[in-house]
Design a protein around this ligand. Structure first.
Ligand code: MTE
Ligand code: MO
Length: 306
């Protein structure tokens, strides 16, 4: 999965040049405001070695085909309704089994580590896939900063609860707020990031502004959006989709072509933007990140722990 910068096109090459140059200035400005100066622009322009060499989806595709049920159940609802979400001020409450619990202002959270561009494959449990050029930093950096206590084994995450701005939270279906969780070693893995941007810009609201989790080897529902709470715990946290349909959505949710969803096959996936008549592509174990993460699950029955 290592990117070869000499031969593979990056997003700069697949984005119209004027837009790209414009975004470079936005990166330099926006990120420099929250992070130490010149490093921000350099890092945003230089993809991380963790990036895939696959060509990213367009910004239009990434921002108009979304799952964000707080804003409705259709793929176009987040784009239509998330604009009204107030993302400033924003803070993240970090607690549970940590040395330095507290409410951390977003700007402070973003100072934890320099932003990196991570071009990741993204696979929804509904069997569609994209490639997304995130801007983010490792969750491990934040967890190390707040100090994980020895008894901690899991990390629980929570999305904002604000029905006045999130129309989906005024309707039935989900027991709001949306919650997710990871085992501590998954949370500490270098591929696991907190994203605050994509395509070199601030994170669009429909993609989970101002801060969301991205876990590229798991089905998309693990990558919880608009984070307001992170809690270190000693037991497996409850998760929204597992609560709703435990037979269909497990805690682990590792991308796995060999374990079908009860209602559809996971062997292949539809690449968004590939066109109506394009062939489906093979689903890769751990979404293509097996070399880096399979060892986390050594000895585990991945069929039982779906
Ligand atoms: N809070 C919250 N986070 C969420 C969701 C959601 O509905 N609410 N949907 C999940 C699902 S099912 C997917 S596939 C991804 C979609 O991310 P994207 O719209 O940025 O592609 O977000 C995940 N995170
Ligand atoms: Mo999803």
């Amino acid at each position: 999965m290592r990117r070869n910068r000499d031969t593979q096109p990056g997003w700069a090459e697949v984005t119209p040049k004027a837009l790209f140059l414009n975004r470079r200035e936005i990166i330099a400005g926006a990120l420099a405001a929250t992070v130490a100066g010149p490093a921000a622009a350099r890092i945003a322009a230089a993809p991380s070695p963790y990036s895939t060499d696959a060509a990213p989806n367009t910004l239009e595709e990434i921002t108009s085909y979304n799952n964000f049920y707080e804003f409705g159940w259709d793929k176009g609802d987040p784009k239509a309704h998330a604009g009204a979400l107030t993302t400033d001020p924003w803070s993240v409450e970090i607690g549970g089994l940590v040395e330095k619990p507290g409410s951390y202002d977003l700007a402070d959270v973003l100072k934890t580590a320099p932003p990196e561009e991570r071009i990741y494959r993204f696979r929804c449990v509904e069997a569609w896939a994209m490639v997304i050029p995130w801007i983010g930093f490792p969750l491990a950096a934040l967890l190390n900063r707040v100090g994980v206590q020895p008894g901690a084994k899991y990390v629980a995450f929570e999305t904002l609860l604000r029905p006045s701005e999130m129309p989906g939270q005024r309707g039935p279906g989900i027991d709001w707020p949306y919650v997710e969780g990871l085992r501590l070693d998954e949370a500490m893995h270098p591929l696991t990031i907190l994203a605050s941007g994509l395509y070199g810009e601030e994170l669009p609201k429909q993609n989970g502004a101002p801060l969301r989790l991205v876990v590229p080897w798991k089905y998309g529902f693990k990558s919880i959006k608009s984070l307001v709470k992170i809690t270190l715990t000693d037991r497996e946290p409850r998760t929204t989709w597992n609560d709703l349909q435990p037979r269909e959505y497990g805690f682990y949710a590792n991308v796995n072509p060999a374990v079908d969803h009860p209602r559809w096959s996971q062997a292949t996936e539809r690449r968004i933007g590939a066109g109506l008549f394009a062939a489906r592509q093979q689903t890769l174990p751990f979404n293509g990140y097996g070399d880096q993460v399979a060892s986390l699950y050594a000895g585990m029955d991945l069929r039982a722990n779906y």
